[in-house]
Ligand binder design. Structure first.
Ligand code: SF4
Length: 402
């Protein structure tokens, strides 16, 4: 996989020297950075696509003696591994992005919430932070900017998928069970320890130093009207060149499949287990906020795969990972998995499957957090887009691999 990295991207993988973004940022006023970010139209790269400038403006505007910037490195979506690549190979982008965030919103402390399974990265990241301290890129009066103080610590998660959701992540940081909070209040006002907190994805933070250094107009030249810049895609599954690719927003699925040399592709799961399964007839669709929005996981399935087994795998995952706090998600995912098992055994009826699809749609609006709101996506999209194959399974149809 190491051979198959597209390291010539137009934004994230463009040239950058450690500290350059910080130097530029501290020569500007906070308001100037916020305006540049707003002009750039940067949206959060974790999947939700919330405008980064709005999140930072709200946190900056909250009046408090303490504020926090949290880097969400709880990369738990199946099929996603681009944040790990950034942390291992481009820590200067992520850390500089955090320092710039601290300067802009007025926080003195940044916390990296590192996925429990990435424990093996802890030592190298801590060594990197120590180097930054030696170079006065962290600490007091950073790079001679009197009064600007900021440092970063790393917190190791415990492996719960739901902690990728920002309020569950904050609960976990505070030492509680990782469960989503009711909103409002939002973390920008009442976040970590009850203080204003901006939670940003690793990739979002890694994009910031480039925008600060090269400007919003440069960033807007990449991507589409409503999806500015580029996106990192973690590509896995049936292709000759899986890996991490930086592509401009607006790239079609067909273009991506050609790039990674995928053959006989039947389906592409965009956005991981919580995303959507796209059939061949729709491979001309664009990866963008206007069409198929995604946090970057792309799983490719060729003709040999059995989509019912794929779906069962996803639903088992959600039954396991639901925190159980709210009924639509706790019960709903179990019911959807039971439906898949009924199809396997040939015990389903069309009426019941339609009811399960309606249940999925209810879960999308009634669940408390993003996990339950998105877990029915693959159930609904696979049942709609691969109906014949899935329903043919119990009649001795394709019993291929998962
Ligand atoms: S949607 Fe699922 S994960 Fe989220 S709070 Fe409800 S039960 Fe927990």
């Amino acid at each position: 996989m190491n051979k198959n990295k597209n390291r010539q991207g137009k934004v994230i993988f463009s040239e950058y020297l450690r500290g350059d973004g910080i130097k530029k940022a501290i020569s500007l006023k906070r308001e100037e950075i916020l305006l540049e970010l707003k002009t750039s139209k940067l949206k959060g790269r974790g999947g939700a696509g919330f405008p980064t400038s709005t999140k930072w403006m709200l946190t900056a505007a909250s009046i408090s003696d303490e504020k926090y910037i949290i880097c969400n490195a709880d990369e738990g979506e199946p099929g996603t591994f681009k944040d790990r690549v950034l942390l291992v190979e481009y820590p200067e982008l992520v850390m500089d992005g955090m320092v710039i965030a601290g300067y802009t919103i007025g926080a003195k402390k940044g916390i990296i919430y590192l996925r429990g399974e990435y424990e093996y990265l802890l030592k190298s990241l801590q060594d990197y932070l120590n180097e930054m301290r030696k170079d006065n890129l962290l600490g007091k009066d950073i790079l001679g900017k009197v009064g600007f103080e900021f440092d970063i610590e790393i917190f190791l998660g415990s492996g719960a998928y739901v902690c990728g959701e920002e309020t569950a992540l904050i609960e976990s940081l505070e030492g509680n069970r990782g469960e989503a909070r009711n909103r409002p209040p939002y973390p920008v006002n009442t976040g970590y320890n009850g203080k204003p907190t901006s939670v940003n994805n690793v990739e979002t933070l890694a994009t910031i130093p480039h925008i600060v250094l090269k400007g919003a107009e440069w960033f807007l030249n990449v991507g589409t009207d409503n999806s500015s810049g580029s996106k990192l895609f973690s590509v896995s599954g049936d292709c000759a060149k899986p890996g991490v690719y930086e592509l401009p927003w607006g790239t079609t699925i067909n273009e991506l499949l050609n790039l990674v040399e995928a053959k006989n592709t039947k389906a592409v799961q965009i956005g991981g287990a919580s995303g959507f399964c796209i059939p061949k007839s729709q491979f001309d669709r664009k990866l963008s906020y206007e069409d198929i929005s995604t946090g970057g996981s792309v799983i490719i399935f060729n003709e040999s795969r059995n989509m019912l087994k794929v779906l069962k795998n996803f639903m088992e995952f959600f039954v396991e990972e639901s925190c159980g706090q709210c009924t639509p998600c706790r019960i709903g995912n179990v019911k959807l998995l039971e439906g898949v098992e009924m199809i396997e055994k040939g015990e389903h009826t069309f009426t019941y499957l339609n009811k399960l699809k309606d249940l999925g749609k209810t879960m999308q609006v009634a669940s408390k957090c993003g996990l339950g709101q998105s877990s029915p996506n693959s159930f609904i999209s696979i049942l709609e887009n691969f109906k014949d194959e899935v329903l043919n399974y119990s009649n001795g149809g394709n019993n291929g691999r998962i």
